[in-house]
Design a protein. Structure first.
Lengths: 285, 447
C-alpha cells in the first residue's frame, strides 16, 4: 500500500501527460476537428483518406529513407569511437565529453548553425570545397542532398551519445576472456567478432531500438532546416503530422497519422526484438 | 515499464504531446494586486517593434493602470502559435491580424466585434481609408481598426544604380514582356556583373560566378514577387472574393514563367538556392551583402534597409507589364480577442493603436504607412529628411492594385505554394504544373 502512495506523484504525471494524451489521440483520430469548433464524428474517414493520400506515403518513404541513412552510419561510427575510447589514454575523458557535447546542445540552435554551414555561397562547407576547386551543390535546395544533409547533422549530433552506451557495454566485458583468447592464439579480428560483438549484444539491442524509434520521430532538424522541402523531399512523418495539426488545423487527420506512425514504429521494433531474441545473450554480471 | 516500451508509447503520443502544449502557453492578461492590468499584444515583425514600443510607452503614460507586453513571433510561427493559443483559450488580448487569416478567425468567433465600442466612444471611423476599414468588416461587424497599408516597390542600391548609368525615374519607367524581357531585363542586364566584369548579354558571361545580380526576389506566398508580375499581366488570383483560385490561367502562368526566367533564362536575378524560404536570406540581408542592386519588397521593410544601408538606397516603382502597372496592396489591423479577461482595457489599446496620435508616432519613425490617409504626407516627409524618396509606394497604391486574396483556404495555399514554387524558381518544376497543382489543392480547401 505504501508503495502505491509513493508511486502516486509519478503515476499522476504518467496518467495525465502520457496516457491521457495518447487516449486523446486515439479518440480524436475518429473526428474532424480544427481545435476550435465542436468536433464532428467521421468514423474511419481519416484512415480512409490516409490510404489515398500520396503525400502521406511520400512522408513514410522519406522517414524510412532517413532512418536507413541515419541508424547504420550512427551505430558503426559510435562503435568505432567506443572501441577507440576503450583504452587508457591521456585526455580520454575530455574527448568523451567533447563527443557528447553535440547531443547536449539545443537541436534548434544546431539547425540554425548548420544552416549557415550549408549555405551554398557563404557556408563554410562550400568554401572548404572550393579550396579544392569543387563547386559544392546548393545542399538544402537539392532534392538529392537535403535528406542526406539532415541525416548527417543527426549522425553528428547523436553519435557521441550512442558511443557512451556502447563504451559502457565494452567496459563490462571481462578482461579474462581476451586473455584466454590470446592464449588460444586469436588475432584482433577474431577477438572482435567472437568476443566483443557477441558480448556487446545487450547494449547494441538497446541502442538500436531506442535510436530507431527516435529517428522515426525526427522533427526539430526538419523544422529548422528545411520545413519539409525542397519539393517535399524531407517531409517526414512527424513533420507532416505537425503541419496537418498546427498549420492546417486538422487535428483529427493528424491524430490518425500519429496512429499510423505508432503502427510503423511498433512493427519495426517488434522485428528488432524478434531478431535479437533469437541470439544468445551472455551475462557476466 | 521498460524504457523501449515507453519510447514506443511516446511515438504514438507525438500528436498528443504537441496538443498538450496548447495548455501550457500562459494565460491571458493578468491583474496584479495594485490593480494594474497587463495586456498581451502579439506581433510578427521585428522591424516594426521599436516603433510600436514608442507608441506603447505613450499609451502607458496616458493609462497608468495598464501595462502592455509585446509578444513577438516571426511570421513563419505566428499563425500556428496563435491558433494553438486560441484553441487553449490563452491567446493574447490584442494581436495583429492579416487578411489571409481574418475570415477564418471571424468564422470561429475569436475576434470581438468593435461596433458597440465604436458607438459608445463615438469614434470617428471616417478618418480611415474606406478601402482599409471595409476590409475588416463582415456582415456589418467591424473586427479591427486599420493599422497600416503597404504596397510593393523596387528598393535599389544608389551606388550600383549610378554605376550602371541609370536613374530612379528610368527604373520606375521600365517595362517587361514575355518575348524578350523588354527594357526591364535590359536594365537588369546592365546591373548584373560576373567576376570578370561581363554582363549577361555579353559573350563569355559566366552565369556560375556572378559578383552582383540586377535583382533579388523572395516571397513565401507570392506577395512580394509573382503576384505583382501577375497583376501587371492582367492575371486575377481569384475569380471573385471568397471564390475559387484561378492561378492556372494563362495570364498568371506567363507571369510566373517570367519571374522564373529572370533567374534561369536571363541570369539577372539571384538564384533561388540563395533566396528560397525557409533557409534563404531575407531581402534586406541580400542587399546588405551587396549581392543585388534591386529588390522587390514591401514598404514595411524600409527601416530594415535603412539600418543596413543608411541613405544609400532609394525606392522606384515596379515595372509595367504587358497589361500595365500593378502592385499588391494590403494592410494589417489590430484585433481584440473575445476571450480577453480585460476587454475594456484591450479596447483602449486597440483604440489607441488606431488613433491619429499613435499613428503619428509610428509614422515619425518611418516604420509603416499609416491607416489614416491624412498622415501619408508626413510619412513621405519623414523619409525625405532621411534622404529617401518613398513616394513610389503611394504612386502605385493610387494605380492598379491587387488586394490580398480573400479566402478560407489561405493556410493550405501558403503551404502548397511555398513548396511548389520554390521548385519552380530552382528549375525543378514547370510554371504550368506548379500553378495547376497549387490551384487544385487550394480550391479543394475552400470552405
Amino acid at each position: 500500500m505504501e508503495a502505491y502512495i509513493l508511486l502516486t506523484p509519478s503515476l499522476i504525471g504518467f496518467l495525465l501527460f502520457l496516457l491521457a494524451p495518447i487516449a486523446g489521440v486515439v479518440v480524436i483520430s475518429f473526428f474532424d476537428w480544427n481545435l476550435m469548433g465542436s468536433p464532428r464524428f467521421v468514423g474511419l474517414a481519416n484512415y480512409r483518406e490516409i490510404a489515398g493520400d500520396s503525400e502521406v506515403w511520400r512522408a513514410v518513404r522519406n522517414t524510412v529513407y532517413y532512418v536507413v541513412l541515419n541508424i547504420p552510419a550512427q551505430t558503426v561510427l559510435a562503435l568505432l569511437l567506443a572501441l577507440a575510447m576503450n583504452r587508457r589514454m591521456r585526455g580520454g575523458k575530455v574527448l568523451r565529453v567533447l563527443f557528447v557535447l553535440p547531443w547536449m546542445a539545443m537541436p534548434v540552435a544546431l539547425g540554425i548553425v548548420w544552416n549557415w554551414a550549408f549555405d551554398p555561397q557563404h557556408g563554410v562547407i562550400n568554401q572548404f570545397l572550393s579550396l579544392f576547386g569543387v563547386d559544392g551543390p546548393a545542399w538544402l535546395s537539392s532534392t538529392t542532398w537535403a535528406m542526406p544533409v539532415l541525416a548527417s547533422v543527426n549522425v553528428w549530433q547523436y553519435t557521441g551519445y550512442t558511443m557512451l552506451f556502447l563504451l559502457a557495454g565494452l567496459q563490462a566485458i571481462p578482461e579474462s576472456l581476451y586473455e584466454a583468447a590470446d592464449l588460444d592464439g586469436a588475432g584482433p579480428v577474431q577477438r572482435f567478432f567472437r568476443i566483443t560483438l557477441p558480448l556487446l549484444r545487450p547494449s547494441m539491442f538497446f541502442v538500436l531500438v531506442t535510436n530507431t524509434i527516435g529517428s522515426f520521430q525526427m522533427f526539430d532538424t526538419v523544422y529548422v532546416m528545411t520545413q519539409g522541402g525542397p519539393g517535399g523531399s524531407t517531409d517526414t512523418m512527424n513533420f507532416h503530422i505537425y503541419q496537418q495539426a498546427f498549420q492546417l488545423f486538422r487535428s483529427g487527420y493528424a491524430s490518425a497519422l500519429a496512429m499510423l506512425l505508432f503502427a510503423l514504429i511498433l512493427l519495426v521494433t517488434a522485428a528488432q526484438v524478434l531478431y535479437f531474441r533469437k541470439r544468445t545473450v551472455y551475462d557476466f554480471s | 515499464m521498460s524504457v523501449s516500451v515507453r519510447r514506443i508509447l511516446a511515438g504514438a503520443a507525438t500528436g498528443a504531446l504537441l496538443l498538450g502544449l496548447t495548455t501550457g502557453c500562459g494565460s491571458s492578461g493578468s491583474t496584479s494586486s495594485d490593480g494594474t492590468v497587463t495586456l498581451r499584444y502579439a506581433i510578427w515583425d521585428a522591424v516594426q517593434k521599436p516603433a510600436l514600443e514608442k507608441s506603447i510607452a505613450a499609451f502607458e503614460k496616458q493609462h497608468p493602470n495598464i501595462k502592455v507586453k509585446i509578444e513577438l513571433n516571426a511570421w513563419a510561427q505566428y499563425w500556428s502559435k496563435l491558433q494553438t493559443q486560441l484553441a487553449g483559450r490563452t491567446a493574447p488580448d490584442v494581436f495583429w491580424d492579416h487578411v489571409a487569416y481574418f475570415p477564418q478567425f471571424a468564422q470561429q468567433g475569436v475576434l470581438a466585434d468593435l461596433t458597440p465600442y465604436i458607438k459608445a466612444d463615438k469614434l470617428d471611423t471616417s478618418v480611415y481609408d474606406p478601402k482599409l476599414l471595409s476590409g475588416w468588416e463582415q456582415d456589418g461587424k467591424q473586427y479591427g481598426l486599420p493599422k497600416d497599408w503597404d504596397t510593393i516597390a523596387q528598393v535599389y542600391n544608389k551606388t550600383m544604380l549610378k554605376a550602371a548609368g541609370l536613374t530612379q525615374e528610368q527604373l520606375s519607367a521600365l517595362s517587361w514582356n514575355t518575348a524578350d524581357g523588354g527594357t526591364f531585363v535590359k536594365a537588369l542586364q546592365k546591373l548584373t556583373i560576373d567576376e570578370n566584369g561581363k554582363h549577361p548579354d555579353e559573350a563569355g558571361f559566366d552565369s556560375k560566378h556572378v559578383k552582383q545580380y540586377g535583382l533579388a526576389l523572395a516571397s513565401p506566398n507570392g506577395q512580394t514577387d509573382w503576384w505583382n508580375a501577375a497583376t501587371q499581366n492582367g492575371c486575377k488570383l481569384q475569380d471573385k472574393a471568397w471564390g475559387k483560385w484561378t492561378i492556372d490561367q494563362p495570364s498568371c502562368v506567363e507571369a510566373i514563367q517570367f519571374i522564373r526566367d529572370l533567374r534561369l533564362k536571363y541570369h539577372v536575378a539571384v538564384p533561388a538556392s540563395v533566396t528560397n524560404t525557409p533557409n534563404g536570406a531575407a531581402l534586406p540581408q541580400v542587399m546588405a551583402r551587396k549581392q543585388a542592386a534591386v529588390v522587390w519588397d514591401g514598404s514595411w521593410d524600409l527601416n530594415a534597409y535603412q539600418s543596413s544601408m543608411q541613405d544609400n538606397f532609394g525606392v522606384a516603382e515596379l515595372p509595367s507589364g504587358p497589361v500595365g502597372k500593378g502592385t499588391v496592396y494590403n494592410g494589417l489591423s489590430n484585433a481584440l480577442y473575445t476571450g480577453s479577461a480585460h476587454p475594456k482595457e484591450a479596447w483602449e489599446l486597440v483604440k489607441w493603436l488606431g488613433s491619429e496620435e499613435s499613428q503619428k508616432i509610428i509614422v515619425a519613425t518611418g516604420s509603416v504607412w499609416p491607416g489614416i490617409p491624412t498622415l501619408n504626407q508626413e510619412f513621405v516627409d519623414v523619409w525625405k529628411k532621411k534622404g529617401v524618396d518613398v513616394s513610389a509606394f503611394s504612386e502605385e497604391a493610387a494605380g492598379t492594385t491587387t488586394g490580398y486574396p480573400l479566402t478560407t483556404s489561405s493556410a493550405t495555399y501558403n503551404i502548397k505554394v511555398l513548396d511548389a514554387f520554390n521548385q519552380v524558381w530552382l528549375g525543378q518544376q514547370s510554371a504550368q504544373k506548379a500553378a495547376e497543382s497549387v490551384n487544385e489543392q487550394s480550391n479543394a480547401a475552400v470552405k
